[in-house]
Design a protein around this ligand. Structure first.
Ligand code: FMN
Length: 191
């Protein structure tokens, strides 16, 4: 059957509530490959990772990240039984090159897409307690913790909707996320 890239892209959204099912080994292997094979300037490969998938470690990380700034905590933050089952810390190794956010973004995008191919949703977490996470994850002081990526099988759906000027995502009547995206003809033009 032909791969439905449009549906893949529309459903490859940010997810914040997860079933308590571990990421299977084959999916984790593929996600790790994706974090190795991203494109980067001069093939420097300055991005490193820490995988956090033991429940007791995930529990600690849960307390050091902030969810869904546009939503009240009781709606946007995963409750007990809805939290991610895995995080991957994305680290910029400044011994290899100065901080390169393009590399980090491409690596993260690769991992998120690969996870979604397996039906595993994710959330990039930039609002994080970096000092405490760096200490917990034993990341050397000179390296930069770019973000934590949360993973798990989603409990609720998320869909892009046409943006009417307000970019704030919201919970829709089906209890899922609606994520406003600016219209194609607003963001592209042909020369
Ligand atoms: C660099 C970056 C940092 C983000 N940080 C957070 C965060 O700390 N907490 C959170 O709940 N979502 C975070 N997000 C997710 C965004 O809110 C989400 O990508 C955005 O609302 C668009 O939704 P979509 O990914 O479904 O298109 C982050 C996304 C990016 C790209």
């Amino acid at each position: 059957m032909k791969f439905d890239i449009v549906n893949f892209l529309k459903t490859k959204r940010t997810y914040r509530k997860f079933k308590q099912i571990p990421v299977p080994g084959d999916a984790l292997q593929a996600i790790m490959l994706a974090g190795q094979l991203y494109s980067c300037g001069a093939n420097k490969q300055s991005i490193k990772y820490v995988i956090v998938n033991k429940p007791e470690d995930v529990y600690v990380v849960n307390g050091l990240v902030k969810w869904a700034a546009y939503l009240p905590k009781e709606v946007g933050t995963p409750a007990k039984g809805e939290t991610p089952v895995m995080y991957i810390a994305v680290i910029q190794d400044t011994d290899i090159e100065p901080v390169n956010d393009t590399s980090a973004g491409l690596a993260i995008g690769n991992m998120q897409s690969t996870a979604w191919y397996f039906g595993i949703g994710s959330c990039i977490m930039g609002a994080i307690d970096r000092p405490k996470l760096k200490s917990f994850l034993k990341i050397p002081q000179k390296m930069k913790l770019h973000s934590m990526i949360a993973f798990g099988y989603p409990m609720i759906e998320s869909e892009p909707v046409e943006c009417d000027g307000d970019v704030k995502y919201y919970i829709n009547e089906k209890g899922g996320y609606s994520v406003p995206k600016r219209p194609i003809d607003e963001i592209y033009r042909f020369l």
